[in-house]
Ligand binder design. Structure first.
Ligand code: ATP
Length: 453
């Protein structure tokens, strides 16, 4: 696809997100705030489906992984020990002509020289380190002693609670601690919609193991994470596995993979899977003076566990789901008229609404009451949307556009007006193929639950 068609595609996705209530600009009525976004009614369901499925895959389906929900603000000492206070920075340059600020490593270049992406000037300051952590104060006095940071990653809470979790969960090495939560980075140039924002969510696991198993476990996680993306509807062929070469990895990492997705704006990181050795626990044990080692009963050995960290972004994966699902196709109706059908081909388990419920006519009380009855019988376990307004074809299209995989129409056959043979059955329409079939109301719930599981 050309650059133009890719940026047009991205524009259409962003516009659909706003139009249909997936993502809004934060504080929009006040002009917004760069790098911050709000998830609307459908976006919140999509994100929740993603997080729930990650939790199920990572925590519930593993008896060696437990969860944690750490606080966003922690003792500043955590960030000193982890190295974030000193080194969690991006190189930044200022443009002397237009006074804008940019990431030095993302500047466009021409004839070997960088220039300002805003005004094309080459009059740039030398790069300076810009710390990405947001600062605040805990308590009423704004002094250095009360300085705190909003966490730039969820991982550190896991490391500093390693001992508490180990002592209370009866886990043995190897085992993991998982967490989903907000992280904040004062990115110099937030961009590409929800891809790079200043407030976002991460889904991370710290998997603790013996040193000799580290590299093997890293490969297992790579495989497991690729399978996860496949199971939410992002095919392997769209994920690029990039092994970070020596010299570009964090100094403590023995091996790191980035999983990258083919976004319309380029192939970009979705998740990092890093073998972080024993760096983090060693740093915190040293700085806190508290032992963070592990005693192995069988061998009577004490050691600091090594760590594998699969760290994924909720918002980036949500964006990948939207980009992967977005489609436009030309369809021709029975009268020969063609139109463009916009649809989101979400995997049913990710779709924000699982099933649309439509009485064929809204002025026929029997149809309406039957449809409402079906909707309420499904509602507790499935996100359904009841819609009685407009022609049935238009109602289908509205659901196609938000990725609802199934539509159920309650018609005269359902209420037995055409004889008993089709009574208590409904039309089930499939979003992708637009095929329709008849299904008994009694079987509907189990069919849907199985399809979205
Ligand atoms: P990048 O190089 O794109 O800035 P990173 O390598 O710094 O990302 P990590 O520190 O490895 O990112 O964070 C793990 C995951 O958290 C990333 O793979 C990404 O999915 C997510 N993430 C990181 N920064 C952001 C951000 N500013 N906005 C949205 N998601 C982010």
């Amino acid at each position: 696809m050309s650059k133009d068609s890719n940026s047009l595609r991205m524009e259409k996705i962003v516009s659909l997100c706003k139009r249909r209530g997936f993502v809004f600009q934060s504080s929009e009525i006040y002009g917004g705030l760069n790098g911050f976004w709000d998830y609307g009614p459908l976006g919140v369901e999509l994100k929740r489906n993603l997080k729930n499925f990650w939790w199920r895959r990572v925590v519930r389906e593993h008896d060696d992984i437990v969860g944690l929900d750490g606080s966003i603000i922690m003792n500043r000492a955590v960030w000193k020990a982890s190295g974030h206070e000193e080194t969690f920075s991006d190189p930044m340059v200022d443009c002397r002509s237009c006074q804008t600020r940019h990431r030095a490593d993302q500047l466009p270049e021409k004839d070997g020289a960088s220039y300002c992406p805003n005004c094309n000037s080459r009059d740039l300051t030398p790069p300076r380190a810009f710390n990405l952590m947001f600062k605040s104060f805990a308590g009423p006095v704004e002094n250095d002693e009360n300085l705190v940071y909003l966490r730039p990653e969820t991982a550190q809470a896991i490391f500093v609670q390693f001992k508490n979790v180990l002592d209370t969960s009866r886990q043995k090495i190897p085992f993991g601690i998982a967490q989903i939560g907000k992280a904040f980075r004062n990115e110099i140039n937030p961009r590409n919609f929800i891809f790079r924002s200043r407030e976002f969510e991460q889904m991370e696991v710290e998997y603790f193991c013996k040193e000799q198993d580290g590299l093997t476990i890293l490969e297992k996680w790579l495989e497991e994470r690729l399978r996860f993306y496949e199971d939410i509807g992002i095919p392997r062929s769209k994920i690029h596995v990039h092994e970070i070469p020596d010299g570009e990895r964090a100094f403590y990492s023995k091996k790191t993979y980035d999983l990258e997705y083919e976004f319309p704006f380029g192939v970009q990181e979705l998740e990092g899977i890093a073998y972080r050795t024993d760096y983090d626990l060693t740093q915190h044990a040293r700085a806190s003076g508290k032992p963070l080692d592990y005693f192995e009963e069988e061998t009577k050995q004490r050691f600091i566990p090594h760590v594998i960290e699969p760290s994924a972004g909720v918002d980036r994966t949500t964006l990948a789901l939207l980009c992967e699902a977005f489609d436009e196709e030309t369809v021709t109706d029975h009268s020969g008229k063609s139109e463009v059908r916009t649809l989101l081909r979400f995997h049913p388990r990710m779709a924000p609404i699982k099933c649309g419920i439509f009485p064929l006519l809204k002025n026929k009380p029997e149809l309406v009451s039957k449809a409402k009855e079906i909707a309420s019988s499904l509602r507790g376990q499935l996100a359904v949307f009841y819609d009685e307004t407009g022609a049935i074809g238009r109602r289908y299209r509205r659901q196609d556009e938000v990725g609802t995989p199934f539509g159920v129409t309650i018609d005269f056959d359902t209420i037995g007006e055409n004889g008993p043979s089709l009574q208590d059955t409904v039309t089930l329409r499939h979003r992708d193929s637009m095929k329709q079939e008849r299904i008994a109301i009694a079987e509907l719930k189990s069919f849907l639950l199985q399809a979205v599981d």
